[in-house]
Design a protein around this ligand. Structure first.
Ligand code: UDP
Ligand code: MG
Length: 141
């Protein structure tokens, strides 16, 4: 079983579409093994997206991710990382396939409703960024 991290970003929370996004995730066969709502600090958002530190959109991305609460989900499924990336669609909603979460709910390349881990290794790292092994274990037993 593979794990991946999903985040309903502040724009999705503001639009009140978290429920619809979670329904799409559930209908696609993912098991929710962790879920929490929180307000990211600038430090947390900066650390989470540290890989993009040198990119021109980094500051704006960190500001956006702190602009309101997010809903973070740890997901489990066979092939979870790739299947969840397929479910969310391309980063830019203009390029996202029909029926994807970003096609339905993203406003722009920046405010694009959801996050998804981009590799199996990052899936493990990002789940551990938000959830302790004890929390996950308590949820799955
Ligand atoms: N982003 C942005 N402008 C860009 C590329 C990315 O604002 O030109 C933001 C967007 O919110 C994206 C996040 O930075 O989801 C992380 O970028 P990445 O390339 O990792 O896209 P993702 O993995 O989220 O599809
Ligand atoms: Mg990414």
């Amino acid at each position: 079983m593979e794990r991946t991290l999903a985040i309903c970003k502040p724009d999705a929370v503001r639009k009140n579409v978290v429920g619809e996004i979670i329904t799409m995730i559930s209908n696609a066969g993912f098991k929710i093994i962790g879920l929490k709502m929180l307000r990211l600090t600038k430090e947390q958002a900066g650390a989470f997206y540290a890989v993009h530190k040198e990119r021109p959109f980094y500051e704006e991305l960190v500001e956006f991710m702190c602009s309101g609460p997010v809903v973070v989900l740890a997901l489990e499924k066979e092939n979870a990382v790739a299947d969840y990336r397929t479910l969310i669609g391309a980063t830019d909603p203009a390029e996202a396939a029909e029926g994807t979460i970003r096609k339905r709910f993203a406003a722009s390349k920046g405010e694009n409703a959801v996050h998804g881990s981009d590799s199996v290794e990052n899936g493990k790292y990002e789940v551990a960024f938000f959830f302790s092994e004890a929390e996950i274990a308590a949820n799955v037993r």
